[in-house]
Design a protein around this ligand. Structure first.
Ligand SMILES: [Zn+2]
Length: 440
């Protein structure tokens, strides 16, 4: 592979912004600065050069409610590439009767069509403390983050606080991270469907407080998934102040949408767990982002088609929950966050790249623009405008929660390990080129 010089762009990291040239050699960033010399030159004047985005929370090809999420590994990772996401973190398919290393092997097999690099997290379903050795066996296969649910008792996915505590002690010893879906089951009426009246903000706040105490006691690095409420962000902060190694994520849909959509005739298509909240919650989450109180913005990408949601329109208990997101993550956070002055460009590089990379063992190989890191880069035209149309996106659903929104900033180029996934707006990203990135 010939050396490549990305010349004249504005390079963005969480600490600095400035014009710099990047020399890429053998898939890695070789040098950053005022360079010239023998390399194929890519003119990046007028473009922002961002670290490739890492979507730390996606569900490709996931069995849900009698169907599967609409994107498989090929379509979902092509959509990721189109949106400037160069690494996704997906999950094993948790099952109470299969050893974790077998679940990892099965998922790695399914992921062969990936177009972007990926990591895996073990979904912990029906795990019991007598299976502690399986955590180390999963870590040996490169999976050191483990996801637990405090809700979903009826489908057998709920983990008790006692079991979670035992798992966290073991994960701490492995140098890994526990990820928790924080909703207190006792405060949820699951029969009412994926809506705020039955999945209240209180359930999130209580669960984050509980997990924060466990994290403080066990010293296990812990990551709260999809924080949807202002009170949830406050509970996260309180736990951090009390010394808990607790961090959190929020998602674009909690920043940009609120419960008003449920009153629309197509409101059921916005079903997601946790549900969309109030306009005040949206504002509180932006404020927390502005203060760098989260570790990542990730999407919980789990699309369904309109037909799949419409079939259960009047049957909330069978309505599949989940929204598409991976393709619009970076464009939305740039347009609605940076271009509107809610967060800075440096914040963007933290939330989409360095923050998730550091939380999940990808740093320093991924998530930064520095010598030795993988050349995973996004060239973004900050002035271009475009309108979101589900039919023009690459994810395999005919629904976008952001349909008709006009966004500022367009992904023009994407490099993964120095290879073009998107060039001059054209999507290349062949399936199967993505690599599994083991943690440790
Ligand atoms: Zn999820």
């Amino acid at each position: 592979m010939a050396a490549l010089l990305i010349a004249g762009g504005t390079v963005v990291t969480p600490r600095r912004i400035g014009e710099a040239n990047l020399l890429i050699r053998e898939g890695k960033i070789a040098q950053v600065g005022k360079l010239g010399g023998q390399a194929k030159r890519v003119a990046a004047q007028g473009l922002l050069v961002l670290p490739g985005a890492i979507d730390a929370h996606v569900h490709l090809d996931l069995p849900v409610a009698g169907t599967r999420s609409a994107d498989d590994w090929a379509t979902g990772t092509r959509a990721a590439a189109a949106g400037g996401v160069t690494t996704v973190i997906d999950f094993t398919i948790g099952a109470p009767d299969a050893p974790l290393p077998d679940q990892v092997a099965r998922r790695l097999d399914e992921a062969r069509a990936a177009a972007v690099d990926f990591a895996l997290r073990a979904e912990m379903v029906g795990w019991t403390p007598d299976r502690v050795d399986e955590l180390a066996a999963a870590a040996e296969r490169g999976v050191r983050s483990f996801k637990f649910y405090l809700a979903y008792a009826s489908s057998g996915r709920r983990t008790s606080l006692g079991t979670l505590r035992r798992a966290m002690e073991a994960i701490r010893d492995l140098g890994g991270t526990a990820m928790v879906h924080a909703e207190a089951e006792e405060l949820v009426d699951a029969a009412g469907g994926p809506f705020p009246a039955v999945r209240p903000a209180l359930a999130e706040e209580v669960a984050i407080a509980e997990v924060g105490i466990l994290a403080r006691e066990t010293r296990c690095p812990t990551y709260i998934a999809h924080i949807s409420t202002g009170r949830g962000a406050v509970a996260l902060r309180a736990a951090q102040r009390a010394g808990a190694p607790l961090v959190g994520e929020t998602c674009p849909h909690y920043l940009l949408l609120d419960e008003a959509v449920y009153a629309r005739p197509d409101g059921h298509r916005f079903s997601v767990v946790p549900p969309l909240r109030t306009a005040a919650d949206r504002e509180a989450l932006w404020q927390a982002l502005r203060r760098r109180q989260f570790q990542a913005v990730a999407t919980d990408h789990c699309p369904f088609t309109n037909a799949e949601k419409d079939a259960h329109r009047d049957d909330p208990t069978h309505l599949p929950s989940g929204l598409p997101g991976v393709e619009t993550l970076l464009p939305l956070l740039y347009s609605e966050g940076v271009a509107k002055g809610r967060i800075t460009l440096r914040d963007l590089a933290w939330y989409l790249s360095e923050g998730p990379a550091r939380a999940f063992g990808l740093w320093p190989g991924k998530g930064g623009i520095r010598p030795g890191a993988d050349a995973d880069l996004v060239l973004l035209d900050p002035g271009a405008k475009w309108t979101v149309r589900a039919q023009r996106l690459h994810t395999r659903t005919d629904f976008s929660p952001y349909e008709g929104m006009t966004l500022r900033g367009r992904v023009m180029g994407v490099l993964s390990r120095g290879e073009w996934l998107v060039r001059d707006g054209e999507i290349l990203a062949p399936p199967g080129r993505g690599r599994f990135i083991p943690w440790g």
